[in-house]
Design a protein around this ligand. Structure first.
Ligand SMILES: [Zn+2]
Length: 346
């Protein structure tokens, strides 16, 4: 069988009653053939090597020094195709939830010792196709892919270099979380269990997006934090599991920031959990292999929001100020009406 498989070849196989899932491991599929195969898999119409290979990493590990022909083959393998589809899927979710704007946001997945798949630049994350994806080395040099890699890739790569557990990274601009990033505030703690268990948040100072300096400041925090608020910019997260898990950090953080804001507007002090209750959650967090600077702290040192949310103020504005302003307005109106009545009486 020839190595490059087109959609016509697959249709022929189906016509002849052959299983298109049983392609040779080194078969290269054209983009439309991949879509065709994917549709068949989705329908449950086929099973076999091509299907199982999709979820299995290659037996041989690749790196930036691998021959370019081998890298190209790897980049076009069913395994990488599966990961490219995951990048598209996460992109659609980011866009659908309004966590990205314009061409903003970028996602990457580690696929070797010093290589990563990533999203392209200048493409909306909601409308990416698997063939848009890029392969880069850890210095940001593009190794494969037709479209140009994201301009913010250095930050993702610096996270992966500094945090060996990071298998995937996700960056976007969710409005509520970015609001905290603009204010330079780490959200207060001890309010919602999911946030405590799955996210460990810190703020990195602002630098121009895409510069090595920005990546450096984020990378400095990833030893103990998996979700970094980038001041005046957005959020980046990493996962030790997979790209969907890196994305979940965004959902959890964004929902939390929104909830904290709603709580702040209710005019009542937030009811926080006790240090013992938080300790229970941190035990779960540690068992899941998720870092947190509070691991190992004593109970009395937990839920200290002065330390974990420097400068945060969740209070409603003092009543005095609000009413003073209104009274002055009201006084003016009363004065104007009084003047009119007096003028008419004259
Ligand atoms: Zn950005």
């Amino acid at each position: 069988m020839k190595n490059v498989i087109s959609v016509r070849d697959l249709e022929d196989m189906v016509r002849k009653g052959q299983n298109p899932g049983n392609l040779p491991a080194d078969a290269i599929l054209t983009p439309s053939a991949r879509d065709f195969l994917h549709d068949l898999e989705g329908n449950g119409a086929i099973t076999g090597a091509a299907v199982t290979e999709k979820s299995q990493p290659p037996a041989k590990a690749f790196n930036s020094k691998s021959p370019s022909a081998e890298l190209e083959k790897f980049f076009n393998s069913p395994y990488c195709h599966g990961l490219k589809e995951q990048l598209c899927d996460i992109g659609r979710r980011l866009w659908g939830r309004a966590y990205v704007d314009g061409n903003g946001g970028n996602i990457s997945i580690r696929v070797g010792e010093d290589i990563a798949l990533c999203t392209p630049t200048l493409v909306s994350k909601g409308f990416m196709k698997p063939e848009d994806m890029c392969l880069v080395d850890f210095e940001g040099n593009q190794l494969c892919g037709v479209k140009k890699r994201t301009s913010e890739i250095l930050m993702h790569l610096q996270i992966m270099k500094r945090q060996p557990k990071a298998v995937a990274t996700c960056h976007c601009h969710p409005p509520y979380s970015t609001g905290f990033a603009v204010a330079g505030l780490v959200p207060p703690t001890c309010m919602i269990p999911e946030y405590e268990v799955f996210a460990s948040v810190a703020v990195a100072p602002y630098r121009t997006p895409g510069t090595p300096e920005m990546g450096q400041l984020v990378a400095d925090l990833v030893d103990k934090h998996n979700t970094i608020l980038m001041a005046n910019h957005g959020v980046v997260s990493w996962s030790h599991n997979n790209v969907e898990d890196a994305y979940f950090k965004m959902e959890i953080l964004e929902a939390y920031c929104r909830t904290v804001l709603v709580t702040a507007q209710l005019g009542k002090p937030a009811q926080t959990m006790t240090p013992a209750q938080l300790q229970d959650l941190l035990k779960i967090k540690q068992s899941l292999g998720i870092p947190d600077p509070r691991h190992g702290l004593k109970e009395c040192e937990l839920c200290d929001n002065d330390e974990w949310r420097p400068g945060v103020s969740c209070a409603v504005p003092p009543k005095q100020e609000a009413t003073t302003g209104l009274d002055a307005e009201a006084e003016k109106a009363v004065q104007a009406i009084t003047d009119q009545i007096l003028a008419q009486m004259k």
